[in-house]
Design a protein around this ligand. Sequence first.
Ligand code: G3I
Length: 318
Amino acid sequence: GHLLPGLARARGIDLGVAVAVDPLAHDRRYRGIVEDHYTSVTAENTMKWEHVQPERGEFDWSGPDAVVDFAAENGLNVRGHTMLWHNQQPDWLAGGDWDAESLSAVVHEHVTTVMERYRGRVSAWDVINEPLEDGGPDMRRNLWYEVLGPDYIAQTLYSAHAADPDAELYINEFGIETAGPKADALYALVSDLVERGVPLHGIGFQSHFVHGNVSEDLADQMRRYTDLGLEVAVTELDVRIPEPVTDEDLREQRGEYRDVLAACLEVEGCVNVTVWGVTDAHSWIPEWFPGTDAALPFDTAYRPKPALSGMVDALSRR
Ligand code: G3I
């Protein structure tokens, strides 16, 4: 039977999956996996700025609505992804001639329009995505930083909170799962926001792992934030395997998925573990990391992999 949703709910967490609009509409088996195995969804691309506001002042709700409606029909929660990110920005935004006043206004308008539309239907938002440089520890010199300065983060969180006071507002980052300078830099940035009373409620640990190198510090890193009174989530989990992928790799990957879920369950205040794609046929990994593959709990033929039972394992254990 389909154990995961019941087990996840019994343990008080959501088990989520990133979805793409096209297969959600046209691929019955794809949809079936989401309905049968998960309790929340994240839009993999369609809620990003280039899709939502491709031209200035022109909003395209077709993709976001499809995801939110699908979730409502199936009783799933939605994580909103994402407001401010340096990738997947429309040309008019990325190439615009901004000063602080005009960019602040356009950010406020975008955040307000999107969040008000999905008020009550999207429970958590990745308001800020990847604010640190890839290797850390400096703040990323993105458009927002260059024009508005480091306080763009607080400003945007205030706009988001005003637009939907009930939504959990997140900073989502990668490379913070393991102790190190980048993890410490995010912690310092977040501590400062919390001290100032800025509306920030959660930290997303993206968790794009390589097989054999899954963080063993995850629970410890999460606890630093829950100790500040924030919630945490694993937001984009995958475990890519260098090719050729062997049966032994897949058995070990089972343990890796189990351990990540166990880390979340161990931390009071960890509310969601989301895997970044429905099957290995839909994963971003082969395109972005050639020579690695098989990162998700379902294979390219939509069959469950050992990783899926690893998650069942973690959720069944006390
Ligand atoms: O939709 C177009 C299609 O019309 C076009 O023909 C095709 C040709 O390249 O591209 C399609 O767009 C692709 C899009 O995914 C939708 O599939 C883009 O090329 C591709 O670059 C884009 O990749 C996405 C990536 O973000 C962009 O940076 C991945 O699907 C998505 O999984 C990935 O997700 C990010 C998270 O949002 C943030 N954290 C990191 C994570 C992985 O990069």
